[in-house]
Design a binder for this molecule. Sequence first.
Ligand code: Q46
Ligand code: ZN
Length: 306
Amino acid sequence: MRQHKLALCKEHYLEWVPAQTERIIRKYEMFTRHEKVLVAVSGGKDSLSLWDILIRLGYQADGLYIGLGIDEGLHYSTESRRLNEKFASERGMKLHVVDVAEVYGETIPAIAARTHRGKEKPCSVCGLTKRHVMNRIARDMAYDVLATGHNLDDEAAVLLGNTLTWSGEYLLRQGPALPGTPGLARKVKPLCRFYEREMAAYAILRGIEYVYDECPFAAGSTSIFNKQLLNDLEHERPGAKLAFYLRFLEARKAGLFAGREDVQQELQPCANCGQPTSAPGLCAFCRMVATGKAVVAPGPGQETEA
Ligand code: Q46
Ligand code: ZN
């Protein structure tokens, strides 16, 4: 790990990663051992490693897998569900599974084709659905906090995207821990300071079987382009990616974006699902499911709340 000027053997690396995670959880006051954590697992290396680490650290952590129905070609959803279920059953861990087609009647690509007439990628529909389902399960099953496996590469790529467009409100809300509000679960990212390759090394050394392939719709995304830019920078300047992210957090804490904090949208409960929404009547998700009207939601490279 050039950025830390540190090289570890397998045994010490597998101790170092959970110890660092514990430090991050405490530093950003994410949760305690008395709280129930819901880990959103995709079947990828980051989320499964996060779940594994939290259990090793003695936290109460259950998993949530959302079946998106993205199965053309690679059988991405079928394979990721299989690996999540295998991971949970081998370790005796509790996994909630929400299959979007079973619960809402259509797969993500089908909803996207209906709402966008198949012209665009389904990422906006997918993002909106995942945020809705994660929040619903956290609320209905009384979890205190929702944890996702975003790593430093993910966070730095989102940060670069939001900086290039000076998206002040997204910058204000990007961080390792987002406090809960009435009806919206607290959200945390305990892996936000680990490089992607560090998480890949952890998963491999722990013998975690994970989906290697990305979702087929991720190809060509802005987020992947931004990751490549940052990887080039990191190659020339080891540690640049981590510094970019950490200095941003310091600047945010120092109030660089504080001017926007008082701009609070009025939220009210959705008439159908009860989740907070700024629109009168139905929330964007319920509107989408009910009528197929176009929704505006971010793709994989942006951060926002439902
Ligand atoms: S899963 Fe969904 Fe991502 Fe696939 S359809 Fe797009 S948003 S790329 S994180
Ligand atoms: Zn709703």
